[in-house]
Design a protein around this ligand. Structure first.
Ligand code: CAA
Length: 257
């Protein structure tokens, strides 16, 4: 059963993955997450693909991990299955991944959006970590990524009360890149993805790694990492082309070499 739809050539250099359990509001069961991990791995390896968009439908990006699948499990079941190990693979995707979010992005849905590099939201998007209402807590990065994105006070309130954020508040607090009308969120994500796809894939990959380091290490280590990646850009033909094009006042033609 296909719980996701994959369109590697949705737009030049832009691939699209659509979560596809609409009746369950795209609840993220084990199979869906495994399919998502495999699709990302494959698209990451395809040279023609430069950016990847993950989306749901207008009503739901994803309403969380599948509660029905988890309800009867014991702590040992959860430990042995270690379902969130799949999510580590998603985080390791080297190409930029944009979440195009409309409707519910709750629990694991919010965590999946935050695992992406950027979020384009429709005006109807609702973000939240309601796990506390189920007698559990976020388990796929919610306490860490939400806190880093919007700060401790607001994250603490959301995680401890299950209170949700509107799209506009999410934008105001820095969780999402931009909010657009519901009929435009996918177009806007494609526009952003295409803009990034026009840059050097080598430089984009190194820059993504470096920005992520800002979240994951000390400033000192992060700056060191950034500097080494910056110098490494000069090993690429794209760097020569990009700078030559600037000097010659013409658009650059990046090849990912
Ligand atoms: N898991 C499994 N099924 C889900 C689901 C989920 N997370 N969210 C929605 N569904 C199912 C519903 O059970 C319902 O199925 P049935 O028709 O078979 O009953 C269907 O999707 C439609 O949902 P509703 O009828 O509830 O739709 P609504 O518009 O009345 O409410 C909602 C929408 C507010 C999102 C509500 O569905 C809801 O509260 N969902 C659960 C949200 C949640 O708690 N998410 C966190 C899950 S735990 C987690 O994610 C842990 C983690 O850290 C990874």
């Amino acid at each position: 059963m296909d719980f996701i739809l994959v369109k590697p050539h949705f737009h030049p250099h832009v691939a699209l993955i659509q979560l596809n359990r609409p009746k369950e509001l795209n609840a993220l069961n084990l199979q869906l997450m495994a399919q998502l991990r495999d699709a990302l791995r494959q698209l990451d390896a395809e040279e023609v693909v430069r950016t990847i968009i993950i989306t749901g439908n207008d009503r739901a990006f994803a309403a969380g991990a599948d509660i029905k699948e988890m309800a009867g499990k014991s702590a040992v079941d959860m430990l042995i299955t270690d379902q969130f190990a799949t999510w580590d693979q998603i985080r390791k995707t080297k190409k930029p991944v944009i979440a195009a979010v409309s409707g519910f992005a709750l629990g694991g849905g919010c965590e999946l959006a935050m695992t992406c590099d950027m979020i384009v939201a429709s005006e109807t998007a609702v973000f939240g970590q309601p796990e506390i209402k189920l007698g559990i807590m976020p388990g796929a990065g919610g306490t860490q990524r939400l806190t880093r994105a919007i700060g401790k006070a607001k994250a603490m309130e959301m995680v401890l009360t299950g209170k949700t954020l509107s799209a506009h508040d999410a934008e105001r607090f820095g969780l999402v890149n931009r909010v657009v009308p519901v009929d435009l969120y996918l177009d806007e994500a494609v526009r952003l993805a295409s803009e990034i796809a026009s840059m050097s894939p080598v430089a984009v990959r190194l820059a993504k790694e470096s920005v992520n380091r800002a979240h994951e290490t000390s400033l000192d280590e992060g700056l060191h990492f950034e500097r080494k990646n910056f110098y490494l850009c000069f090993a690429s033909e794209d760097q020569k082309e990009g700078m030559q094009a600037f000097v010659e006042k013409r658009p650059a033609n990046f090849k990912g070499k």
